[in-house]
Design a protein around this ligand. Structure first.
Ligand SMILES: Nc1ncnc2c1ncn2[C@@H]1O[C@H](COP(=O)(O)OP(=O)(O)OP(=O)(O)O)[C@@H](O)[C@H]1O
Ligand SMILES: [Mg+2]
Length: 211
């Protein structure tokens, strides 16, 4: 069984099935935790504990508010539902601790809820601790070429930026019985783009010459 280490998950690729586990890097978690704590104390020393704590909380609340409003503004320009980010998706320590579990869980839920034909089936998840997915033949396109293909087959060119991380990597896609499908749909942000554009993308995918 081949082992592949992704950004948030460790994947074991078998002949028919794939097993995905959250990637837990204890050393990285420890380093990030130590750095957050030491930064907090450094600023507390400079500004005073009480003052720093209240400005710390205020900034966190402002950031969450900003993320919500900026998501609404982007909805209009992209004609898509853009979701505000959650903490586990963009704060280093949170990504490191919860990113893999949430990617697994989001992937399973999106598949179960939609049964969309563009998604390579995820058969099982135990609360994100382990996911079992069908095995696909990963694409070997060049990053840029595939991104442009997706962009050219979306209703509005800007829509792909709703989740550039998921869409700019051809290795997040595969061929399954000759059809283009997505392997890594663990990010909530890829959903609206897929639901809006998947049919055109799958139908226009050139095969098998570029496979
Ligand atoms: N169902 C599958 N069939 C074949 N290969 C797979 C499958 N699922 C994952 N892989 C391989 O494992 C790699 C990592 O998996 P995946 O993208 O799901 O994890 P990830 O941690 O979310 O990755 P990243 O964020 O780095 O894209 C994929 O790029 C692909 O090469
Ligand atoms: Mg991936």
């Amino acid at each position: 069984m081949k082992k592949i280490i992704g950004t948030t998950r460790v994947v074991f690729v078998g002949r028919m099935l794939v097993f995905k586990f959250p990637r837990i890097n204890l050393r990285e978690i420890k380093n990030l935790l130590m750095s957050e704590i030491s930064l907090f104390f450094e600023y507390s020393k400079r500004d005073g504990f009480k003052k720093h704590l209240s400005s710390h909380i205020k900034k966190k609340l402002e950031l969450s508010k900003h993320l919500k409003t900026s998501a609404k503004e982007k909805n209009l320009s992209r004609g898509l539902r853009v979701l505000p980010h959650r903490r586990y998706e963009f704060v280093a320590l949170n990504v490191e601790m919860f990113g893999g579990f949430m990617a697994n869980w989001n992937e399973f839920i999106f598949f179960v809820k939609t049964r969309n034909k563009f998604l390579l089936p995820t058969y099982f998840s135990f609360f994100g601790l382990i996911n079992i997915q069908k095995r696909g033949n990963v694409l070997n396109w060049k990053d840029g070429d595939f991104f442009v293909f997706l962009q050219n087959n979306s209703k509005i060119k800007d829509q792909i930026f709703v989740d550039a991380h998921s869409f700019d990597n051809p290795q997040n896609f595969c061929l399954d019985n000759g059809k283009l499908k997505m392997i890594d749909y663990g990010s909530r942000h890829c959903r609206s783009f897929i639901m809006e554009n998947w049919e055109q993308i799958q139908n226009n995918f050139p095969r098998p010459s570029k496979e």
